[in-house]
Write a protein that binds this ligand. Structure first.
Ligand code: ASP
Ligand code: MG
Length: 411
């Protein structure tokens, strides 16, 4: 017996039959004597649909209103799931982020959770109910609706699990775990039994879409073990946990890719102190997250800067950069969306030498040009032309032996 937080993604609640199947699993856990908090996403495709509607009425939709719109998706699924549970004889109550008091900052459409006030949830659990909580949404200090960014329901689930001191946080999704790479791109991808928080953070940040990155940050900070598993079976999935020694024995745990970045180049900017601060300060002010940054060796008194931003933010980024560039008398701002960032990740990199060199060699052998590079202690990322994505993933997966067994770690 324990307190379990279960999160179900959009596909898992994609239609009435699937909602019934989620309800059966939830009811089973409760019948076994567990207290259950269920966090749900909007039905598959719903958030995209709402975003598309907004795009039809406004070029750059007001972000406060965007949150009011997007939060409706999850409100549909909490009520449907709670009704289904009640109909099955399992006492349940739905709560929006507002009702449960999932308190966030006021960064609309990408808010951060500050605190989850657990009183209302605990009272409902104490009354013997299953709590069905809307993921992805919260309430700002001024009492407005906020949303947590795409995939934010994962973070809702982990934050609630941390706040309640839950015994487990299960993330049910349409894949059965975390893989060495995207199985849709390479059929030799293997499911990992365990992956460390740090590896998962890097994998999430470089485009493995299984978990929202903030959910892993939260889990790491509060020591919440996450079990990523399939909502269509009872098979064990992947545990995202504290690092241990066996994980360090291999250099690379996974290969990830991200097609959703865009490369922006600003050419002919004055080569003097304060210019980078000006450009990136302007982006930061608009909450645009810049990933890789490269500044060229200057020529004369001019230089150029290239950086990547999420493709979804490109329009906004350009609208911020263009006036700054003009002000600086800059020659040219250009953008390229035809790129992919491919990355290798592993805590073993800390103790294995030559991993980056091997990556470059493998890509070079296939004639794949590397446009930008960035590294961290446990990751190497390369920006390449998008058309080479699949090829790069496959050759890197093979080169680092990911088709084989990972000591103590893989299925
Ligand atoms: N419904 C939101 C999205 O599609 C949040 C989530 O599913 O986690 O991004
Ligand atoms: Mg998701």
């Amino acid at each position: 017996m324990g307190l379990i937080v279960q999160k179900y993604g959009g596909t898992s609640v994609g239609d009435a039959e699937r909602i019934r199947s989620v309800a059966r699993r939830v009811a089973r856990y409760r019948a076994e004597g567990h207290e259950v908090v269920v966090v749900v996403s909007a039905m598959a495709g719903q958030t995209d649909h709402l975003l598309a509607l907004a795009a039809q009425v406004a070029d750059l939709p007001d972000e406060r209103e965007m949150d009011v719109l997007l939060a409706t998706g999850e409100q549909v699924t909490i009520s449907l799931l709670a009704m289904t549970l009640i109909g099955m004889g399992c006492p349940a109550v739905s709560l929006t982020g507002f009702q449960a008091r999932v308190c966030t900052d006021d960064a609309h459409t990408r808010a951060r959770i500050k605190e989850v006030e657990t009183e209302r949830i605990r009272t409902a659990l104490g009354d013997g109910r299953v709590v069905v909580l809307a993921g992805f949404q919260g309430i700002s200090p001024s009492g407005d609706l906020t949303t947590l960014g795409r995939g934010g329901s994962d973070t809702s689930a982990v934050a609630v699990a941390a706040a309640l001191g839950a015994d487990a946080c299960e993330i049910y999704t349409d894949v059965d775990g975390v893989y060495t790479t995207d199985p849709n791109v390479y059929d030799r991808a293997r499911k990992l039994e365990r992956v460390s928080y740090d590896e998962m953070l890097e994998l999430a940040s470089v485009g493995a879409k299984v978990l929202q990155i903030r959910s892993v940050e939260f889990a790491k900070k509060y020591g919440v073990p996450i079990h990523v598993r399939s909502s269509f079976s009872d098979a064990e999935g992947t545990w995202v946990v504290e690092e241990d020694e066996s994980m360090e024995q291999v250099a690379v745990a996974g290969v990830a890719y991200d097609r959703n970045e865009a490369k922006v180049s600003v050419r002919g900017v004055p080569d003097r102190p304060g210019i980078a601060a000006r450009i990136f300060g302007a982006l930061a002010e608009k909450n645009i997250v810049v990933d890789m940054i490269v500044q060229d060796v200057g020529e004369g008194d001019r230089t150029s800067m290239t950086f990547t931003v999420p493709q979804a933010d490109l329009k906004r980024a350009l609208s911020v950069i263009e006036p700054v560039a003009e002000d600086l008398g800059t020659a040219e701002v250009s953008a390229d969306t035809g790129i992919t960032k491919v990355s290798i990740v592993g805590v073993g990199m800390r103790s294995h030498a030559g991993v980056a060199a091997r990556m470059f060699e493998v890509l070079a052998r296939e004639g794949i040009n590397v446009l930008m590079i960035s590294t961290s202690e446990i990751k190497v990322s390369c920006v390449i032309a998008e058309k080479y994505t699949e090829l790069a993933v496959r050759v890197l997966h093979d080169a680092f032996g990911l088709g084989g067994e990972r000591p103590g770690g893989s299925a």
